[in-house]
Ligand binder design. Structure first.
Ligand SMILES: Cc1ncc(COP(=O)(O)O)c(C=O)c1O
Length: 483
């Protein structure tokens, strides 16, 4: 087992932390939950720091769901038989719980259940009325499931462009964004898609952009997948046209359920490319016609993941009883401490150990931190080797570019002129070839992300792990091998 810091050193560090962050004391109810509902973490010696990858469920969330399923009989919803009606009632209850979680008025917003956030994004992409003269504006730190929307725009002749990130802090240059929002044909369909929180850097973009863009004729898609688990999103205050979510990121359980939360008027402007079971009011084979069902039903293809939906309701109820603002406060205190501690680490020769990619304090950022480790000679540690070593410490972190190539390319200062030709070669581009073409530039970083059940001890163990790199020469990078 790798060396961990002594209990006394940890107690001293925690006292110093609590002194610096008095607001943390108000979150002690979460420490009690960690000891009961999340006890398995400490029983198994696991340090979980991948909340942006997926949240963790509380033991009572599972119990509640299993009690419901094992004591009732549920059938496929949307029929009049008793077991179907019982299920329909719970599906509608889950919709209402999602609206309540987002403080979204039911008259204005519809909740469409999807398999995940990507499913929600795809629904918008394939049905948005892109056409020549139309526009898609993206930020460079979008997740690939948002970047992929550009292929729908391209296929239908719409123009797309990216608002770039500043390399220093991975934020968007507001002036540049203002310029981009001012362009495009008035009256043509224009969609602006951005993450409320970057899953790479933790940067939180201004929600005020929503109204500003709409005033200029844009529809706004807010990707809240990385934001919603630890921040309040109030749709009575901020009114994006579309919001994408994955519930496993917010609640840990269930997986396989996401949502597109859409303004009803925006939904009515979408043009679905097909129909499926469950989405139609009427369809005919001989008559060669169909009419889509109104509202959310017209977008839920086939049977929703109905048995999982009551777990969304009870999970949101569980989170509501803790309070999303309390989770936010806790994550903010721990993130701030961690950022300061990482930033202060120096090798004996004075060289920095850690480069943080993104904001180095807690202002306008969430609990996701991307970083690179350097040895005393300034040699970058291979992030895959860092992950291997973290595995030995039972620390769950993530490495790579986290499906967010735009942020990774900005970090490494790569340009379109360098990258575009790589994709124009006739050769099938494998991961290995791509890495070779980057001529030694490593796109990957290390990412830790904090969440509901994170404790000071988790953060402190990670710090001990990082300190174990002090004054150590970097190992030669591992070769890239295509799987
Ligand atoms: C910001 C963001 N958007 C979208 C997604 C895609 O979510 P999913 O894989 O659940 O579809 C993720 C997943 O990490 C994300 O972090």
């Amino acid at each position: 087992m790798p060396p961990r810091c002594s209990a006394q050193a940890r107690a001293c560090a925690e006292a110093a932390f609590r002194h610096c962050y008095p607001a943390y004391a108000a979150t002690s109810s979460i420490d009690r939950l960690r000891a009961s509902d999340y006890a398995r973490l400490d029983q198994l010696g696991q340090v979980y720091l991948d909340y942006t990858g997926g949240g963790l469920y509380a033991a009572t969330q599972l119990q509640k769901h299993h009690e419901l399923l094992s004591s009732q009989v549920f059938g496929n919803p949307h029929s009049t038989n008793p077991t179907s009606q019982a299920m329909t009632h719970l599906v509608e209850q889950a919709r209402a719980a999602v609206l309540a979680f987002l403080n979204a008025p039911a008259a204005e917003y519809a909740v469409i259940f999807t398999p995940n956030a990507s499913g929600a994004l795809r629904l918008v992409g394939e049905a948005y009325p892109f056409r020549p003269g139309g526009e898609l504006l993206l930020t460079a730190d979008n997740h690939n499931s948002v970047n992929g929307l550009r292929e729908f725009a391209r296929a239908r002749g719409a123009h797309f462009c990216y608002a770039p990130l500043r390399r220093a802090d991975l934020r968007i240059d507001e002036e540049h964004l203002t310029q981009l929002l001012g362009q495009g044909q008035a009256g043509a369909p224009r969609l602006f898609a951005y993450p409320a929180q970057s899953n790479f850097s933790g940067v939180q973009h201004a929600l005020a952009w929503i109204g500003r863009a709409q005033e200029q004729g844009w529809d706004v898609l807010l990707d809240a997948a990385a934001f919603a688990p630890t921040n309040r999103l109030d749709l009575s205050r901020w009114q994006p046209d579309f919001v994408s979510l994955s519930f496993y990121k917010i609640l840990g359980y269930p997986t396989g359920v996401g949502a597109l939360v859409a303004r009803r008027d925006a939904l009515a402007r979408l043009q679905r490319p097909w129909f499926a079971g469950g989405t139609i009011a009427a369809a005919s084979v001989l008559g060669d016609g169909y009419v889509l069902a109104a509202g959310e039903a017209g977008f839920e293809d086939g049977t929703v993941n109905y048995l999982s939906l009551p777990a969304v309701t009870s999970g949101l109820d569980y989170l509501g009883r803790i309070g999303i603002d309390l989770v936010h406060t806790r994550v903010q205190c721990l993130t701030s401490w961690l950022l300061a501690a990482l930033g202060g680490l120096r090798h004996r020769n004075g060289a920095r150990l850690v480069e943080i990619h993104g904001p180095t304090n807690e202002q306008l950022r969430g609990g996701t931190i991307a970083l690179t480790l350097y040895d005393p000679a300034g040699q970058q540690a291979d992030e895959r080797q860092v992950e291997q070593r973290a595995n030995d410490w039972q620390i769950s972190l993530r490495t790579g570019c986290f499906c967010n190539p735009g942020a990774a390319e900005t970090v490494r200062g790569l340009s379109a002129a360098e990258l575009a030709p790589i994709f124009q070669t006739a050769e099938h581009l494998t991961r290995e070839r791509y890495q070779q073409a980057l001529a030694g530039q490593r796109l990957g970083a290390v990412r830790v992300s904090l969440g509901l059940a994170t404790t000071f001890a988790d953060v402190d163990t990670f710090l001990s792990f990082v300190r174990s790199y002090l004054d150590r020469p970097a190992e030669p990078p591992s070769p890239f091998v295509d799987q």
